[in-house]
Ligand binder design. Sequence first.
Ligand code: PDD
Length: 283
Amino acid sequence: MRTVYIDGSFVPENEATVSIFDRSFLFSHGVYEVTSVINGGLIDHMGHMKRLKLSLEGALIPFEVDSDHILRIQKRLIEMNNLDEGLIYLQISRGAEDRDFLPTPSLQPSIVMFTQEKALLDPPQARDGIRIVSVPDIRWRRRDVKAVSLLAPVLAKETARQHGVQDAWMIEDGYVTEGTSNNAYIITRDNVIVTRHLSHDILHGITRQAVLSVAQSMNMTVEERPFTIEEAYSAREAFISSASTLVWPVVEIDGKSIMDGKVGAVTREIRRQYIKASLERLM
Ligand code: PDD
């Protein structure tokens, strides 16, 4: 049984309870972060803390983020749960009180954190690549806020499952926004890495930031701009990035193989270098 963290206490997972009046539960009024853990260390802790602050501001949740304090709690959770490889989930809710759209201004937010074991360094998807389908992006307009309202990606992942593939890319006005829970990239026939530019339309991935700096150190040309799904069909390579996948190759989109349908050499190298650079920065 795991030990989890809830509002100042470390407790067995079956003793951690949240009120039915919690605003995350009733209104999706909560934000979250997922941080990868490798060799018991956290990847890009500070990046996740910076984005958490922006999400809290975007969701009007008055919570003072103390990154060092959160790091200490997360390190303790890793230790207590003997976590070597996996994820730490953190969620901050606006708090709990009787149901009303507007919270009492003095209502205290609440925080939970828990660990999840997950293979990150050598999962089959990294070796073989994943197949995806495209779906309409039906999410709200502040996707840069990492809010817990995840119904649209849940439905998109169900659509992917019905098609017998592993994930979906979301399309808006003819352009790919991002994956259901990851950022989306193509590598063109001219060897240019293309990924959508930062705006309210996508989550500003912490892994994305590190991947782009790895790409620059590999002297790759990067274009941050929208791309169409047709451009992706005829790309040389495609891949996704997130804390829970790091970098996974995409080998098929909407039933069409990307080139020969095999994992691309550049994606493989980006993944390798991303992991190497991340291990050097572990906290
Ligand atoms: N998802 N885009 C979306 C919509 C996401 O949900 C995520 C992360 C990303 C990648 O962000 P990062 O590199 O910071 O993980 C992009 C997490 C892993 C999740 O919801 O489980």
